[in-house]
Design a protein around this ligand. Structure first.
Ligand code: PLP
Length: 382
């Protein structure tokens, strides 16, 4: 199965199909008969129902890894993976521009396990080298970072991790496996909030950890202990969504490019951040690394634009946190994903009231561009 679209549809499907069912039914049962005491039991918290197993096969095929594991949310994937890879006395290095929930986890949870971390401002091997300590074991990144949409030098990160014997971990939520498969670059562990593009319809919470069998065994064990497994009904929804991942994400890439270009030409906008625009600082790198620039567009409203008037005048984008769904979602990260981040760090990253993050959905591009530019006009008129 050379095409990711073919893998989305066919990989992981049970052979033979269970009772001939073309769509995998929901195994809404918490436990399973265990007549052979030598065999491993099936139990819902062990993430090993037929729904989980089919998903694991599909997700590993999409990520191009040996193994994959679904979890109850993106945060369950991140926490299970990190608490499996890091132990007391260990240390992690990451860029400072990450999803706010991940930064909160570093701040609030890692110290309780005596795990240290250093956030790095510069995306260079020199800066990472300055941050690495003798006890550093993990290098962590996001492939397209939330919310500034930076694209780190991923190839250099993998080389650096190899040279320093670090496990290279990447959150690939914003790119999705359609636009990037970090394992092909050499990342060891790939994480997703499947609540976003993989689920794609804003109707489920799930996470993914993908990687080689030996590392995944540890993560599976930690997930079992922490209990962050995915419910069978959510497995079913995610499974169904994965079959349309390619067509959804490619359409979102295309519409996001049109929206970013329209924003770039509007007086109500001071700055647009979209990896597909030549003005994006990482545009050349994004062109080399990514198969598509993604469906996320961030921008700063111009000083003369009225923020409330802009939001009030929008009719299509739904004002809500999260991303990757069929409806365009719009949010001010200062009030959502980065609400709990240290205000000094937020200021440094210019995450202010005027900073807006847009998750482009599947509406017609013209309708969306029209709606957003009309709202920008209104923000200038008021
Ligand atoms: N990773 C990224 C990049 C995210 O944006 C988010 C949530 O917004 C998460 C992880 C956490 O995902 P979840 O809400 O599914 O726990």
């Amino acid at each position: 199965m050379s095409s990711p679209d073919t893998r989305s549809v066919h990989a992981g499907e049970p052979i033979p199909r269970i009772e001939g069912a073309v769509a995998l039914p929901i195994f809404q049962t918490a436990t399973y008969t265990h007549d052979d005491p030598e065999a491993s039991p099936r139990y819902v918290r062990y993430n090993n129902s037929p729904n989980h197993e089919a998903l694991h096969g599909k997700l590993a095929a999409l990520a191009q890894t040996e193994s994959a594991l679904v979890t109850a949310s993106g945060m369950a994937a991140i926490s299970s993976a990190l608490l499996s890879l890091l132990g007391a006395g260990d240390h992690l290095v990451a860029p400072r521009g990450l999803y706010g929930g991940t930064l909160d986890l570093f701040d609030d949870l890692l110290p309780q396990f005596d795990i240290g971390y250093t956030l790095v401002a510069e995306d260079t091997p020199e800066a990472w080298a300055a941050a690495v300590q003798p006890n550093t074991t993990v290098l962590y990144a996001e492939s397209i970072a939330n919310p500034l949409l930076e694209v780190p030098d991923l190839a250099a990160m993998v080389d650096f991790a190899d040279a320093h014997d670090l496990v290279a971990v990447i959150d690939n939520t914003f790119a999705s496996p359609v636009n990037l498969r970090p394992a092909e670059l050499g990342f060891d562990i790939v994480l997703h909030s499947a609540t976003k593009y993989l689920g794609g319809h804003s109707d489920l919470a799930a996470g993914v950890v993908a990687g080689p069998n030996d590392l995944l065994d540890g993560v599976r064990h930690t997930t079992k202990l922490l209990g962050g497994m995915l419910d069978p009904h959510a497995c079913f929804l995610l499974h169904r969504s994965l079959k349309t991942l390619g067509v959804r994400v490619r359409q979102q890439n295309e519409t996001a490019q049109a929206v970013a270009e329209a924003l770039d030409h509007h007086d109500g906008v001071a700055r647009v951040r979209y990896p597909g625009l030549p003005s994006h600082p990482d545009h050349d790198r994004a062109r080399t690394l990514l198969d598509g620039f993604g469906g996320m567009v961030s921008f700063n409203l111009a000083p003369q634009a009225q923020v409330d008037a802009f939001f009030d005048a929008l009719s299509l984008p739904v004002r809500a946190p999260s991303l990757g769904g069929v409806e365009t979602l719009i949010t001010q990260p200062i009030h959502t994903s980065h609400k709990n981040v240290d205000p000094a760090v937020r200021d440094e990253l210019r995450i202010t009231e005027r900073f807006v993050r847009l998750s482009v959905g599947l509406e017609g591009a013209e309708d969306l561009v029209d709606d957003i530019t009309t709202a920008l006009d209104a923000s200038l008129d008021s």
